[in-house]
Design a protein around this ligand. Structure first.
Ligand code: PNS
Length: 171
């Protein structure tokens, strides 16, 4: 019997409950899911690679058949070939996600025939992205229920006291 294997790639800066939902559902479709943590040169990460790996490993501890690995350069298609993954799995929240993901999916298929499976995002996490999570939490907003507990704790460590008004500052 052959083992079906997929890769869920991303920056995961940080992992959200939307990501966890997609990875959990991928583990129902494939025998093995490799969560590949990459550094996107277009983004400056808030969390270093080791912390992103740690947060993912903690958050996915109860999901069967999942491993979390760092990919420190090179093309995603080459990584997938090396680990014997037939497909990439990505979650799609909206048309904006589709516009971002489609060219990458087509390029990966062009480069090596690697297919991308899109899973519809869970509606209750439609508004949840790593960048909004960082923005809201850095201004003192409550992101509980949108990220795993370990991520929430790490975000709270970084929150600076909220400055409400200029007048308050001069008091
Ligand atoms: O979470 P992100 O930042 O949207 O993930 C994008 C990522 C890291 C999956 C993408 O940039 C990627 O696959 N990078 C690896 C290099 C590569 O293969 N680039 C060509 C993609 S068609």
């Amino acid at each position: 019997m052959t083992t079906s294997r997929c890769v869920c790639p991303g920056s995961f800066d940080p992992v959200t409950l939307g990501h966890v939902d997609v990875i959990r559902r991928a583990s129902g479709l494939f025998d093995e899911v490799i969560v590949a943590v990459l550094t996107n040169p277009a983004k400056r990460p808030m969390f270093d690679l080791d912390t992103r790996l740690e947060m993912l490993t903690e958050s996915l501890a109860d999901v069967p058949g999942v491993s979390v690995v760092a990919v420190k350069g090179g093309l995603l298609v080459d990584f997938c070939r090396e680990v014997g993954a037939s497909s990439v799995v990505k979650g799609l929240r909206s048309g904006t996600d589709f516009a971002y993901e489609l060219p990458m999916a087509l390029m990966n298929r062009h480069l090596s025939g690697l297919e991308t499976v899109f899973l519809p995002g869970e509606p209750r996490y439609e508004h949840v992205s790593s960048s909004l999570i960082k923005e809201v939490s850095s201004h003192g907003g409550d992101v509980s229920g949108l990220v795993p507990d370990g991520v929430l704790a790490r975000l709270l460590e970084r929150v600076r006291p909220v400055r409400h008004t200029e007048a308050e500052e001069t008091l």
